[in-house]
Design a protein around this ligand. Structure first.
Ligand SMILES: NC(=O)c1ccc[n+]([C@@H]2O[C@H](COP(=O)([O-])OP(=O)(O)OC[C@H]3O[C@@H](n4cnc5c(N)ncnc54)[C@H](O)[C@@H]3O)[C@@H](O)[C@H]2O)c1
Length: 185
């Protein structure tokens, strides 16, 4: 759906009609299509850019109108440690995850005067279907580079998102919270 602006506008319209306004947007959906730069196809590049970057643009543009009108809102976008440090084999993914940080900092500046905040959460290595497909060697390498010595769980990410969604973080905007067990790529 994220690649379809019309579908997003219809969806956001329906949510606004049902609930009156939208207070929180979590841009969570994301995909990978990995490959070393020399082997990466244009299709791999386009697919990841269209969902992870353009999808976030589409969704945030559609939802922020309601937030700006209400003079309140929190936009949280899932980045990645890969977007902050880079990762071999993930040119497309890293570009999108760094891009959402830059977009969020821009929105923090554009929307701050209307009390609408924009922040990112940058997960490290989290146990989900996205990482279930990785080889044992890759997993071992990631664990060795994680000072806390374990995979993250979805609850670890959800807790950070919840904090940024709540008024507990009402003076925080334009920031990135890494939830990575200390992972340095
Ligand atoms: N799992 C990790 O270790 C990890 C690490 C860093 C960042 N992240 C980020 O966290 C977020 C969630 O990742 P995850 O591990 O839960 O991934 P996942 O693959 O388990 O889930 C991704 C979700 O995105 C949805 N999605 C994909 N394309 C879509 C589209 N075009 N329109 C609507 N929905 C679409 C899928 O249906 C799925 O529900 C992603 O943005 C990912 O890049 C994950």
């Amino acid at each position: 759906m994220l690649r379809d602006r019309e579908a997003i506008l219809t969806f956001v319209d329906e949510v606004e009609k049902e609930y009156g306004k939208i207070d929180i947007l979590v841009n969570n959906a994301g995909i990978t299509k990995d490959g070393l730069l020399m082997r990466m196809t244009e299709d791999q590049w386009d697919a990841v850019i269209n969902v992870n970057l353009k999808g976030v643009f589409n969704m945030t543009q559609a939802v922020s109108r309601s937030m700006l009108k209400a003079r309140k809102g929190s936009i949280i976008t899932l980045s990645s440690v890969v977007g902050l440090h880079g990762n071999a084999g993930q040119t497309n993914y890293a570009a999108t995850k760094g891009g959402v940080v830059a977009m969020s900092k821009t929105w923090a500046k554009e929307f701050g005067g209307r009390n609408v905040r924009a922040n990112c959460v940058a997960p490290g290595f989290i146990q989900t279907p996205m990482t279930d497909v990785l080889s044992e060697d890759t997993i071992k390498g990631m664990l060795d580079a994680t000072p806390l010595g374990r995979l993250g769980q979805v609850e670890d990410i959800a807790n950070a998102v919840l904090f940024l969604a709540s008024d507990e973080s009402s003076f925080i905007t334009g920031e990135v919270i890494s939830v990575s067990g200390g992972l340095m790529l």
